[in-house]
Design a protein around this ligand. Structure first.
Ligand SMILES: Cc1cc2nc3c(=O)[nH]c(=O)nc-3n(C[C@H](O)[C@H](O)[C@H](O)COP(=O)(O)OP(=O)(O)OC[C@H]3O[C@@H](n4cnc5c(N)ncnc54)[C@H](O)[C@@H]3O)c2cc1C
Length: 506
């Protein structure tokens, strides 16, 4: 049982549990405002799902590699702004094509950064839906333009809400209108072709892991427009650089980070979060505690069961864990990828399999943008596909190894369709499973994040940063507005803003 009686002095203003991008944006923003901040990370390096690892001259991204938020203008370029907040910056490489889709019935299609070029390519496949296509994607721009007009901070902070409403009344009313809506409902207003609607489902699924009718319109507006506005930009040196730079900025701003510091308990005094206890027995106290662990990990593992607030029980009914991934990290000979190959691909040969285990295959080849991530003459291919933890449990080490090998073979056979010669050109292969994601990312069941368990009213059901436990906040992909690096950066800006207001630092 957790210690609740002993008085723990608040040595820090804020303790952040976890150094994912959500946690680091919270920590850096607060440190820059003068707060005394400590980040505790259970792993050896920062970044969580935006981390990296190195093998035999290859530097692999753990997860994310299609990066939004590095634009140069507007307000939605939250990664650029988070780095600037602690006087840091990163060189980035623009990606001219967000996704090259290879779909059932020979539907081959690219999402170009150039909006018109993308629309024309889509319209060429569905000429009878010319108007519907334009209306749907144009409506996404309306959402984006509202978001991009205002500073993105905490919607829980009344003074900010007042200020932003008086500065941008139309943008605010626009967002209020879209907050309870889902992308699928808007798409169906304009489009009737079932195959095109399936494509829009996949456009949503590939980042929200649910179909369009369960994907909040706010998120769709952001993704479907920002890819043409700020664009997709890859950080030179790999995605891991984002977290490394944020940590550098955190320390320069006077904040601290400890690695191999697994928090096992959030300490409560009279129901208020006042500190944390680590696996090595150390305890730290702070005025505010922020958890960057998932809500399932935070409320079921770091707090006693009696402390589970009613609001969290309800949230767990509304949202469920998405599957994890089976990941292939490959080093391949350069000849496997002909000149002009795009960085990101999605392969789906059968629409009915879109949401199934090993249905949709995602591919990232970051060395096409930054060749320094692999030895000369080689490329990295990271390919992943949904997979559930339960299918990887209860196996002997030999069974586990065999199952990984068989799964890798299945994926490689399918990928040969877009990259002929992949198998023979393979130089290095490492297979990650949901067990790997759970172990290294500290995420319950290795989940990618929360997804609605039924159709919900847009983003209305997604919790903000404050929790029902006084002194405890959550940040990251199980808070508003959800998964993705730019989204968790938004959550980090909001969380730090709210805490700064609560502590009187603003
Ligand atoms: C395979 C894959 C591909 C993806 N592709 C993309 C993409 O292309 N583009 C994109 O934008 N997003 C992508 N994402 C999603 C994106 O990576 C995540 O949404 C985002 O990184 C989550 O950030 P977070 O702040 O919520 O925390 P996380 O990344 O989950 O980090 C949480 C951190 O907290 C630490 N931690 C947890 N518990 C404790 C504890 N008890 N004590 C101490 N430390 C703890 C963990 O070790 C971890 O470092 C992908 C994700 C995956 C898995």
């Amino acid at each position: 049982m957790p210690t609740t009686k002993q008085q723990i002095p608040p040595e820090f203003d804020v303790i952040v549990i976890g150094s994912g991008i959500g946690g680091l944006v919270t920590a850096t923003q607060l440190a820059a405002k003068g707060a005394k901040v400590l980040v505790l990370e259970r792993y050896l390096i920062p970044g969580g799902s935006a981390g990296y690892f190195e093998r035999e001259g290859y530097r692999f991204d753990v997860g994310a590699s299609m990066i939004f938020g590095f634009g140069k203008q507007g307000t939605t370029n939250l990664l650029t702004r988070a780095l600037e907040g602690v006087n840091m910056s990163l060189e980035t490489i623009p990606d001219p094509v967000q996704i090259n889709y290879h779909l059932a019935e020979n539907l081959e299609l690219k999402v170009h950064q150039d909006y018109e070029k993308f629309l024309q390519e889509l319209i060429a496949h569905f000429p009878h839906e010319r108007q519907g296509i334009r209306r749907f994607y144009d409506e996404c721009w309306q959402v984006f333009n509202c978001l991009n007009a205002m500073e993105l901070l905490s919607l829980e902070e009344p003074r900010y809400l007042m200020r932003v409403f008086f500065q941008h009344p139309f943008a605010c009313l626009g967002l209020v209108k879209y907050l309870p809506q889902n992308a699928g409902d808007i798409a169906r207003k304009y489009i009737t072709d079932p195959k095109l609607l399936q494509f829009i489902d996949l456009e949503c699924y590939c980042w929200s892991v649910v179909r369009a009718d369960r994907t909040p319109m706010i998120n769709a507006g952001m993704v479907f427009s920002d890819r043409h506005y700020g664009g997709i930009n890859y950080p030179k040196g790999g995605v891991g650089q984002i977290a490394q730079k944020l940590v550098e900025g955190l320390e320069l701003a006077g904040g601290k980070i400890e690695y191999k510091a697994k928090v096992t308990e959030i300490l409560l005094e009279r129901g208020k979060a006042v500190g944390v206890k680590l696996a090595n027995g150390k305890q730290y106290g702070a005025k505010r505690i922020v958890s960057n662990a998932t809500r399932w990990d935070t409320f079921a593992k770091l707090l006693p069961p009696v402390a589970m607030p009613q609001a969290e029980k309800k949230w767990q009914q509304r949202y469920q864990k998405s599957p994890s991934f089976l990941s292939l990290h490959m080093g391949v000979e350069a000849h496997v990828l002909p000149p002009g190959t795009d960085c990101h691909h999605i392969l789906l040969e059968n629409w009915q399999q879109m949401e199934e285990e090993e249905g949709t295959i995602f591919v990232s080849i970051p060395t096409l943008l930054d060749p320094d991530l692999a030895p000369e003459g080689y490329h990295i291919i990271h390919s992943f596909t949904p997979s559930w933890l339960k299918d990887w449990q209860g196996l002997s080490p030999e069974e586990y190894a065999k199952k990984k090998e068989a799964a890798a073979e299945r994926l490689i056979v399918r990928l040969e369709k877009i990259f002929p010669g992949l198998d023979t050109g393979l130089d290095y292969l490492e297979v990650g499973t949901p067990r790997t994601h759970r172990r290294f990312l500290g995420r319950e069941d290795g989940t990618y994040g929360p997804i609605p368990s039924r159709k919900l009213a847009g983003l209305l059901g997604m919790p903000f940063n404050r929790t029902a436990i006084p002194g405890l906040y959550c940040v990251g992909d199980s808070t508003f507005p959800g998964q993705g690096l730019n989204a968790v950066a938004f959550s980090g800006f909001a969380c730090s803003h709210l805490i700064a207001a609560d502590l009187g630092l603003d």
